[in-house]
Design a binder for this molecule. Structure first.
Ligand SMILES: Cc1cc2nc3c(=O)[nH]c(=O)nc-3n(C[C@H](O)[C@H](O)[C@H](O)COP(=O)(O)O)c2cc1C
Length: 355
């Protein structure tokens, strides 16, 4: 006798077949699909096979939660959920800007929004975050000790510095830089007693900036490339309350995509040889799913010779805002999707043939 479930499934097939049509040119041309050589991955297999070492710590997957929030009404809850999911799936995490924590007499309530080492645990990377403008200011005022104290108090592994001159320029209350970010970084790195990661905030870095960064003694570079969340645009949108903005500021539309930055970084690491002091990378900015992550990290790994991570911000935020359960489902899909990609997809040698 046929079960009701089977009959329903067979009816679905007949009903949906017409809707399930795709055009041949929609196939993702970056990959060869090789269905013959692997079994389906179990969650346990994902946890061992995707495991990577990053800055001396073992991640269960090459996935990074990019810097976001802190100090807003919902920040504590969102950061708490992000730290919890990082702990459960063995991921690394960057905090959003910790600027408020540098203020004298910063309220305990604000600290609570950032103080998530006890949740993420000691074994995973957990980084504080400040803008280059704060670094410049602290250096000028001879106050860098306060940054060191901040890292210590958060039990962070180190500091992520975001370099964001366009965002600051377009932000209504934005800071103005008196020195070049490179000069500030060079001075700061001479004294910093912890690992430093540098990132943008959604517009990425051009080849000359990348070349200069790769030659600094940085722990890693996070791309924060153009093509996803764009903070210049976000700050321009905030100006709306001051009057209508009829045209988009053209500065919002400059930048470098993750694809372009993977290409440039690969070439630079090969060209610079031993002058490339920084060899760890987090590909981020507009990484919409695990297939992008798999593609870009695999390409860059060919050039640098060791694991590369990929990072996401807005995608995690969307889920973390809804509930922990939603976030957990999302991360499980990312991890399993990545493993499926590893098992069944090969990068075509002609796909972005640059390295
Ligand atoms: C709500 C929000 C807040 C952010 N705040 C920070 C921040 O404080 N510091 C920082 O370095 N980047 C910040 N970013 C930028 C992200 O780290 C990331 O570089 C950028 O969103 C691009 O990644 P995406 O396209 O995956 O969102 C923020 C992003 C979002 C969405």
């Amino acid at each position: 006798m046929k079960s009701k479930k089977v009959i329903k499934r067979k009816e679905d097939h007949l009903d949906l077949a017409k809707k399930a049509q795709l055009f041949a040119d929609l196939a993702d041309g970056r990959f060869d699909y090789e269905p013959l050589f692997s079994a389906h991955p179990s969650l346990q297999q994902c946890k061992t096979d995707l495991s990577v070492n990053f800055l001396g710590k073992q991640l269960m997957a090459p996935l990074w939660i990019s810097s976001m929030t802190g100090g807003g009404k919902k920040s504590g809850q969102i950061n708490g959920r992000l730290a919890e999911v990082a702990s459960e799936f063995g991921l690394g995490m960057g905090l959003g800007s910790c600027r408020q924590l540098l203020e004298k007499n910063c309220a305990k309530k604000v600290w609570n929004d950032f103080d998530f080492r006890p949740i993420i645990g000691a074994k995973l990377p957990f980084f504080a975050n400040l803008g280059i403008a704060q670094i410049e200011k602290m250096l000028k005022e001879g106050q860098t000790e306060r940054i060191y104290e901040l890292i210590d108090k958060l039990s962070a592994d180190g500091l992520i510095i975001h370099i964001n001159p366009l965002q600051e320029w377009l932000q209504p209350e934005g800071d103005r830089l008196e020195k070049s970010p490179l000069e500030t970084l060079q001075i700061f790195l001479k004294g910093a007693p912890f690992p430093v990661i540098v990132k943008e905030v959604g517009q990425g870095f051009g080849p000359a900036s990348l070349q200069a960064l790769i030659q600094l003694p940085l722990a890693a570079i996070e791309f924060a490339a153009f093509g996803g969340t764009n903070f210049s645009l976000l700050e321009s949108l905030r100006r709306r309350h001051q009057g209508p903005i009829s045209t988009l500021n053209p500065l919002c539309l400059v930048g470098h995509s993750a694809s372009e930055m993977v290409e440039n970084t690969g070439k630079l690491v090969v060209k610079l040889k031993e002058l490339a002091l920084c060899r760890n990378f987090i590909v981020s900015g507009g990484i919409s799913n695990y297939l992008d992550g798999y593609f870009f990290t695999s390409k860059l790994e060919q050039a640098v010779g060791h694991p590369v991570l990929y990072g996401q911000a807005a995608a995690f935020l969307e889920m973390a805002t809804v509930s922990y359960k939603q976030l957990k489902v999302y991360v499980a899909k990312q991890v399993q999707g990545l493993m499926m990609a590893r098992n069944f997809l090969k990068i075509k040698s002609s796909a972005g043939e640059v390295l």
